[in-house]
Structures are given as C-alpha cells and as structure tokens.
Design a binder for this molecule. Structure first.
Ligand code: HEC
Ligand code: HEC
Length: 310
C-alpha cells in the first residue's frame, strides 16, 4: 500500500515518462553528435601527392620479393585475401562491416584505374585516390618501408591475375565511432605526417637497421615502444600483445635467438606455451632467416620497458 508521502502511482508514471523522454533525447543528441563528429573525420580529404616510387614491373626477382612481403611480413593477405581479391574482415553490428577490397583487376576491383602513384598514396599514406582516409588499412605499419620494398610490393600486385570478387563498401558501426572519438581507434591517415621528408632506408639484409624498418609491422599490436598491452579497437576476446622489449621480467630479455625464432615460426613461447593466433605466426612462419635475424638484432636494442606501456 502506498503511504501519503509516496508519489501517487499516476504521478510516478508521469515522472517515468519524463525521465524516459529525457534519456531518449540525451541519447539521440549524443548519437547524433557521435555520428556527426566521426563522419566529419571519415569524410575528411587529405590532399596527398606522394613522391614517386620506382616500380620494378619487369623484374621477376623484385616481384617475388613483393609477393613474399605481401604474403608474410606485411600481412596484406590477412585483409585482402590469399588471392588479393578481397575479403570481409569485420562483420559486427557494433564495429561495422569492413572488407579489404579486391586489389586484382577482376570484377569488383578497386585498383583497376590506379596509376603507380595511387598505390603509393594508399599503402604509404592510408589515403584513397579521392583523398578519403582509408579505414582499417594499417598504412602506419607500411609508411616506414623504403622505396625498394614498396616498389616490389606494388610491382607484384600490378601483375596479379584478375579475380572477380565484389566486396561490400565499408560501413563504420556505432561502437567503432565512439572508439574513434575516444581515440581508441585511429585512422592511419590521421597519424602519418604526409609532408615529412622520406627517411633514407637501409637496403634489405640481416642488419639491425633493416630490422627497424621491418619492426614497423609489429607496432600496430605491440605498440610504438614494443612493450605491448591491450590492442586498440580489438575484440574483447583478443589477448593483450606481449612485451617484446628486452625487459628481463616481462619482455623477451631472457630469450635467445632460437627462442625468438620459435615464436615466429611456431607460435611457441620460450616456456613452450602456445600463443594465440592473434599473433600472426602463421604468416610469419615463412619469414626468411635474414628478416628474422634483422628483427632480432633490432628488438634486442630497443629500450627495455615494463609490459603494457605500448
Ligand atoms: C588490417 C587489414 C588490412 C591490411 C593488413 C591491409 N589492408 Fe589494404 N585495406 C584494408 C581495408 C579495410 C581497405 C579499404 C578501406 C576503405 O575503403 O576505407 C584497404 C584498402 C587498400 C587499398 C586502397 C583501395 C582504394 O580504394 O583506394 C590498397 C591499394 C590496399 N589496401 C593495399 C594493401 C596492401 C598492399 C597491404 C599490405 C602491404 C594492405 N593493403 C594491408 C585493410 C587492410
Ligand atoms: C595482429 C597483432 C600482432 C602483430 C601484428 C604482431 N604480434 Fe606479436 N603478439 C601478438 C599477441 C596478441 C601476442 C600474445 C599472444 C598470447 O599471449 O597468446 C604476441 C606475442 C608475441 C611474442 C611472444 C612474446 C613472449 O613473451 O613469448 C613475440 C616474440 C612477438 N609477438 C613478436 C612479434 C613481432 C616480432 C612482430 C612483428 C614482426 C609481431 N609480434 C607482430 C600480436 C601481434
């Protein structure tokens, strides 16, 4: 039984309606703001005219090197498919529908009309032909690669046999938009300094200097300081990336070259534990000895940091 001091059921009802309406409008305003702000970032135009890169179109050795880089270290196959004709990578109502598009000249191709410079703009800068920032395409991983490697990858992609495959257009879901505004998800085009002088890059080889170039592909997950932590924008079930600095307690400071190689070739830690497939050892198992050596020589010399600082 309601006492006199308690609101009459009728009045309580009305308050509840007000509260619901208020929440609804606040929610709608919030949603509208999130959509407006994230859309303005997705619709931003980047006027990028990259410096031209020599593409060794007729050099079978360079094309083979390009195939190797695209299929192992750079992981293009992960998002563009084993035959580079595209595949859906994310299909989740909250995050969105995101497919790596068809990079062959078949039906559904997004690159058929590309000039060499358009390839450079996409891969090195994360920017589409029309200046739009590419979503999910990790150009920050590739920006540090030199003209030799980038040219080889482009030469390889240009000679791919056409495969017909239409992929759906990118749509960015509500949670991904919130994460974008929170700074958890970033667009490569926003992070890259498009005007920067190109660094002089060392030639490929088993050297510390070249290892520094290769290690760019590890930063998306292990962080720019390599100390690991939660991977930004990753699904909740993904494990954190581990510390791959030479920190003795939480990093790979006690690993030998053999231990390090086993991680890349077999996905096994020093203590024998099997790593999650989020660590792309299935791609890295085909890495050349030279490249594993280069990575090792470089990672041994980065600043030791406790785990999780990214
Ligand atoms: C993590 C997933 C991922 C990886 C790895 C990846 N891409 Fe992409 N890539 C995408 C997505 C998604 C798009 C489409 C983005 C958009 O339209 O906003 C894209 C777009 C592109 C485009 C531009 C097409 C256009 O519309 O202008 C090119 C070229 C491309 N990728 C090449 C590569 C190459 C080469 C590699 C490896 C060196 C690579 N990608 C690695 C996800 C990826
Ligand atoms: C797509 C994300 C991703 C990329 C890219 C990636 N890693 Fe990892 N890596 C992980 C995750 C996640 C783990 C931990 C997995 C687990 O705990 O099961 C890991 C674990 C490792 C370990 C094991 C460390 C230990 O304590 O045993 C090493 C070594 C390693 N990564 C090296 C690399 C190197 C070198 C690169 C670049 C060539 C790289 N990773 C690129 C996600 C990634």
């Amino acid at each position: 039984m309601a006492t006199d001091s308690a609101p009459k059921p009728r009045r309580l009802w009305r308050w509840l309606v007000y509260l619901a309406l208020a929440l609804f409008f606040l929610g709608a305003a919030g949603t509208t703001t999130v959509y407006a702000l994230s859309t303005s970032r997705l619709n931003q135009r980047y006027d990028v005219t990259p410096r031209p890169v020599f593409i060794p179109d007729d050099d079978p050795r360079e094309i083979a090197r390009g195939r190797y880089l695209a299929s192992t270290l750079m992981g293009c196959v992960d998002c563009h498919g084993d035959n580079f004709a595209g595949r859906v990578v994310v299909n989740d109502p909250a995050i969105g529908l995101m497919a790596g598009p068809n990079l062959t000249r078949g039906k559904g191709s997004r690159t058929r009309d590309f000039h060499d410079i358009d390839w450079v703009r996409a891969i090195r800068h994360g920017v589409a032909k029309d200046g739009r920032p590419l979503v999910l395409m990790p150009a920050t991983d590739f920006n540090g690669f030199g003209d030799d490697d980038l040219g080889a990858v482009i030469a390889f992609l240009k000679q791919l046999p056409p495969v017909d495959n239409e992929t759906p257009p990118i749509s960015v879901g509500p949670l991904a938009r919130v994460l974008m505004l929170a700074g958890e998800i970033t667009l490569s085009a926003e992070l890259i300094d498009h005007e920067a002088e190109r660094p002089i890059t060392p030639p490929p080889g088993p050297t510390r200097e070249y290892g520094k170039v290769l290690a760019n592909v590890c930063t998306g997950c292990h962080g720019f300081s390599f100390s690991g932590g939660k991977i930004p924008g990753a699904p909740p079930e993904w494990p954190a990336a581990r510390n791959i600095t030479p920190d003795k307690a939480t990093g790979i400071g006690t690993y030998t070259f053999e231990d390090f190689r086993r991680v890349l070739r077999e996905g096994k830690r020093k203590n024998g534990d099997q790593l999650s497939e989020v660590m792309p050892y299935k791609l890295y198992k085909d890495m050349s000895e030279d490249d594993i050596t280069a990575l090792w020589l470089y990672l041994k010399t980065v600043e030791p940091k406790p785990a999780g600082g990214r």
